[in-house]
Design a protein. Structure first.
Length: 381
């Protein structure tokens, strides 16, 4: 099938997220990876990933994110980057930086990696290492940030903002400036995966969010057009309109998990749907024909008030995963929306922000993965 053909009016995926492993040296309690990580024990081989990349590119995908877990833990990462570059992808590495060395970044540069997004947990070593539950990780991240600049990559930083670090928002921006960052996402955590389990510990209060956003705006005002571009993202729970999740179900984004499951978004496996696997079917067949990918396309599935709402073409009914997590029904209007009959659920949650948690904080954990078939590593000569 030619790339420009769109069966049944379905456009091809443009953005592929390759979650190549769920293994990670950090244990962040807000991780968006699924709490039940059975995929850890059945990771795709190098050959599987080559097939995924080739098929996605043939369909028209142009942006490729290597993610996880920590993608640096895959020894075939450089090979996959090189292969993706040959196919014509723009490649992005989404990383904690833990495991990066100068030799490794030099190999990734030679392989053709276009972009690196480096995450921090806080602006100082004590809080950063506590959140990630790994000693000396802050020190390592500072070294990697310097390497990112040394190897002429744009400095793109991501700080996951929660109640654990929101009080340090000014220090976060100051550190970003010291590191000569170009773009900085101040991403207040969205509540999926481990973050959902730890919501009582992580959700900032409305007052904390307003104070943080005011500080960001004051910082911007004093920049005079210089320094990093700061992007402040508020959590859904404090909004009155839902986001157009993944730009609409099965319209733009395609996620492949470590075990080969194909998903319309990285959290979709929590839904009571059966998702296909690339080991058994082609990406083209999955994208255009699979029941799960077609299930929430368009508006025929929508209940009231979405079905008659004049904003349904903007937000597509909101997030299916969030609707399911908060109401137990994946078909309902996202409770973020003030028009939703379940919007009161959000208020009941946000009203309790800042209260003493009723259960202990759970740090992300993953059992050791079963080895997978990789290509021979010829880069160590």
């Amino acid at each position: 099938m030619a790339t420009n053909e769109t069966p049944n009016g379905i456009t091809p995926p443009l953005w592929l997220l390759a979650e190549i492993t769920y293994q990670c040296p950090l244990h962040c309690p807000y991780c968006s990876n699924p709490v039940n990580m059975e995929e850890t024990h059945n990771e795709l081989s190098t050959e599987h990933w080559e097939r995924v990349l080739k098929q996605a590119r043939d369909m028209g995908a142009v942006q490729l994110g290597f993610s996880g877990g920590e993608p640096l833990l895959r020894p075939d990462l450089e090979h996959l980057v090189s292969y993706a570059r040959e196919l014509g992808f723009y490649t992005n590495l989404i990383t904690s930086g833990i495991g990066m060395t100068e030799k490794r970044i030099a190999r990734l540069k030679e392989a053709g990696l276009d972009h690196i997004q480096l995450s921090f947990q806080a602006a100082n070593a004590e809080v950063n290492d506590l959140i990630g539950n790994k000693r000396h990780s802050f020190e390592q991240k500072l070294k990697i940030a310097k390497l990112v600049k040394q190897y002429a990559y744009p400095m793109v930083l991501n700080f996951c903002i929660t109640a654990q670090n929101i009080h340090e928002i000014e220090e976060v921006m100051a550190l970003s400036e010291q590191l000569n960052a170009d773009f900085v996402e101040l991403a207040t955590v969205q509540y999926y995966g481990w973050a959902y389990e730890n919501r009582e510990h992580l959700l900032p209060t409305s007052a904390q969010l307003q104070d943080a956003e005011a500080k960001v705006n004051r910082y911007r005002a004093h920049q005079a057009g210089e320094g990093p571009t700061f992007i402040f993202v508020t959590p859904d729970y404090y909004e009155t309109r839902p986001k157009a999740c993944m730009n609409g179900w099965g319209t733009t984004f395609l996620t492949i998990t470590p075990d080969g499951s194909a998903l319309p978004c990285h959290s979709a496996k929590i839904l009571p749907l059966t998702f296909p696997n690339i080991k058994n079917r082609s990406l083209q067949d999955i994208w255009y024909n699979d029941f799960s990918f077609n299930h929430f396309r368009g508006d025929s599935w929508m209940p009231l008030p979405c079905k008659t709402c004049d904003e349904k073409e903007k937000d597509f009914g909101g997030c299916r995963c969030q609707a399911y997590l908060l109401t137990g029904d994946m078909y309902k209007t996202d409770p973020v929306c003030s028009k939703s009959p379940d919007h009161h659920v959000m208020k009941s949650i946000t009203d309790k922000a800042g209260d003493k948690p009723t259960k202990a904080l759970q740090y992300r954990k993953v059992e050791r993965a079963i080895p997978v078939k990789l290509i021979p590593d010829t880069t160590k000569a």
